[in-house]
Write a protein of this length. Sequence first.
Length: 289
Amino acid sequence: MRHFEELLGELLQRVVLMGTTTEEMIRMAVRILLERNEGLATKVMAMEQQVNALQLEVDDKAVKFTALQQPVASDARFLFMASRIGGELERIADQAINISQNAHYVLQGTPLKPMVDVPIMADMALRMVRDSISAMIKRDVSLAERVIEDEKRVDAFRDQIFRTLLTYMMADPGTIQRALSLILITRNLERMGDHATNIAEEVIYWVQGRDIRHSKPHSAEFPSGATSESSQGVPGSMPENYSATAQGMVPNGNSVPNGNNDLNTTARGTSGQTSATESGDGFIGGGNR
């Protein structure tokens, strides 16, 4: 029995390592925007390979332990949870990759004038991921429930940013490519929050045996006038004279303008975490025009 408990402890540590690596990927992906440093994208991609390898290891151990040890009760739930949380963390890592790729189009030129709260939203999503992992380590149901509640705040930021950027694109079509990339980044951050919520739900299942995945209505709010949202698309509705394409949202019959963009936000790091303070004259990365 002691040997089996040691094996479970080792498996938990591998999941925790996946979590800390994923958190660092989020921080670095956001730094690409804040520091205007696309060179960090290579490091993000390298860390994704580590996360992928850890997911395979966690899944393999969970299957072997289940087959060989025939666990019951909370031990069995832990093995199922470890495998599912590994999948959620791998998807969060994928979203960090998406942010680093979308950042390329955001950083093509001068920042957009509107102040957009992307760094603040990123800090919220990162905190949700970190707290969900902490809830797993501490078997803390109250912390897991707090993560689930925080999902609403991240969704609200997504909608707020979308409305701001949509208005800006309608006023100046030259900003469409850059603004659309920012909208996609907020979608990536919102998905991170969703995955953190899923992790929190798994923790509650492990600790209490309660499966709450479908016991509450998930937020389906969209900006005013919106009807649906695709997994790769932009949340909310589009103006009638625009159409969504694989490359971005462009005026009907026209190509995407070669615009640039950025956030009018003064940012500073705190203890390795991303945070931001809005400034009327600041831009992403803390530089002035």
